[in-house]
Ligand binder design. Structure first.
Ligand SMILES: Cc1cc2nc3c(=O)[nH]c(=O)nc-3n(C[C@H](O)[C@H](O)[C@H](O)COP(=O)(O)OP(=O)(O)OC[C@H]3O[C@@H](n4cnc5c(N)ncnc54)[C@H](O)[C@@H]3O)c2cc1C
Length: 424
């Protein structure tokens, strides 16, 4: 009998296994994948997520993998090629804005890293094993039982086995079997809003992380392992069918429309295939019940346009491990886990959905124009995007009035929208 069985051993599952094992618990983590292996995900780890790796003693391994530190960030925004914002309440044409700044310092780190998932997930799985957790790879979970906790599955080609534990933790991603089996209540949801497409390029000079928003498209470029640049783009989900009719043509047209960043990408060379997906749900689930808990995307998944999922998974792995080992009645400790997770995530969940809608340009253009040239304010904007400055604080009425004035604030409030596309 284990203290905990964790289904899924990527960023949420392996981190949770490592932390519980470090606290002396008997832990089994299983995954149908073997490591290193890739998964459909780009991989910016926001500064708070990097701070967790540093705290856990794993940042050195990420650095040693060759994933470069990204300290600078640049956001080039022109809502439409023709620029003027149009529509009700948007009589102002502030024109395009280029915001360049740096990521904030936070708990001993000052950079974003973007290690490939082949690299990051293996580092975490190794760390879980080193901490004493048992990790079974190539293990497919077919059935989950709760209270008492049981997991039935088989290693690829092997016989079916059942293992038991006091607690079953679902770290099995956005289509979680554990969440389905538990009937975890959905406490918040938004429709799918965007689709994503990404690939890897060589020979693209970057100033740091670079983002570009144009005509309902978002484009992002981040340096990753092996001297490559990960190039991401998002389109409104309603256009997925037309996108997939000509993936390469559409992806290249988005790059061509991506201003000066697009030109630099074009001058480089794509070295991997395009990967595209419309499977980008926005769902919040109650993350616990008798004998079970959820962590990572299994409990809360949001559109990748703000690149928050990995950092959230790390934070929630820590919160969950602390709750499980707190010595307090488990139900109460897990109730607190849900409260803290929701308080920390829901404003970003809503903000992310606004970005992911990739709506036509509106009053937010005035906000970007107001930030331009004000370095301290630009850095605060990037601190908010990085998940360091609370979203609610940045978008508080006093802060917006300070930035765009009373009339600009009234337009923003009337539009009930916030800044437009900003890629993961
Ligand atoms: C296109 C895209 C781009 C993204 N970009 C970013 C980004 O830049 N930055 C960021 O922070 N986040 C990003 N994300 C989000 C990020 O990928 C997720 O938040 C993160 O992977 C969640 O980690 P997880 O461990 O919860 O789940 P997953 O990474 O999905 O891992 C779940 C694991 O569970 C295993 N599993 C599932 N079911 C079973 C079963 N029955 N038996 C055995 N094993 C099972 C799977 O094999 C898998 O390995 C992106 C997502 C997408 C789709």
């Amino acid at each position: 009998m284990y203290d905990a069985i964790i289904v899924g051993a990527r960023v949420a599952g392996a981190a949770t296994a490592m932390l519980l094992a470090r606290k002396g618990l008997r832990v089994l983590a299983v995954d149908r994948a073997s490591f290193p292996s890739d998964t459909l995900s780009t991989h910016q780890i926001q500064v708070p997520g990097v701070a967790k790796l540093y705290e856990w003693g794993l940042l050195d391994r990420v650095v040693a993998s060759g994933a470069p530190a990204t300290r600078q960030v640049r956001f080039d925004y022109a809502g439409s090629a023709a620029s003027p914002a149009s529509g009700p309440g948007t009589a102002v044409d502030p024109g395009p804005a280029v915001l360049a700044g740096r990521f904030p310092e936070y708990r001993g780190v000052d950079a974003l890293y973007s290690p490939r998932r082949t690299v990051l997930d293996k580092i975490l799985v190794d760390a879980a094993r080193e901490a004493g957790a048992e990790v079974r790879e190539n293990f497919i979970v077919e059935q989950v039982g709760l209270a008492p906790g049981r997991v039935t599955g088989r290693e690829k080609g092997g016989a079916r086995v059942t293992e038991s534990a006091r607690l079953i933790i679902g770290a099995d991603g956005k289509h979680s079997l554990v969440a389905q089996t538990a009937g975890a209540a959905v406490t918040g949801a938004k429709p799918v809003l965007s689709m994503a497409c990404y690939s890897y390029w060589e020979g693209v000079p970057l100033t740091g992380g670079e983002l570009c928003g144009r005509d309902r498209r978002a484009l992002g470029a981040w340096p990753t392992n092996d001297g490559l640049t990960m190039v991401y783009q998002a389109w409104p989900i309603a256009e997925f069918e037309s996108f997939r009719g000509d993936v390469e043509g559409n992806a290249m047209r988005t790059i061509d429309a991506g201003g000066e960043l697009g030109e630099r990408i074009r001058a480089g060379r794509r070295v991997e295939r395009f990967r595209a997906t419309p499977d980008l749900p926005n769902v919040v689930r109650k993350p616990y019940g008798p004998g079970w808990a959820l962590v990572g995307d299994a409990g809360l998944v949001l559109d990748p346009i703000t690149g928050q999922g990995i950092g959230h998974a790390f934070r929630d792995a820590q919160l969950l491990a602390d709750a499980v080992s707190s010595g307090r009645p488990l139900h109460r400790a897990l109730a607190r886990y849900e409260r803290v997770r929701n308080r920390a995530t829901l404003p970003m969940f809503d903000f992310t959905a606004q970005l992911a809608a990739l709506a036509p340009p509106g009053p937010e253009a005035a906000l970007f124009a107001a930030l331009a040239g004000r370095q301290e304010e630009i850095d605060r904007f990037f601190a908010m995007l990085a998940g360091v400055l609370p979203v609610k604080r940045f978008f508080s009425p006093p802060n917006l009035v300070r930035l765009v004035g009373l009339r600009g604030f009234a337009r923003l409030a009337a539009g009930q929208r916030r800044p437009a596309p900003s890629p993961a």
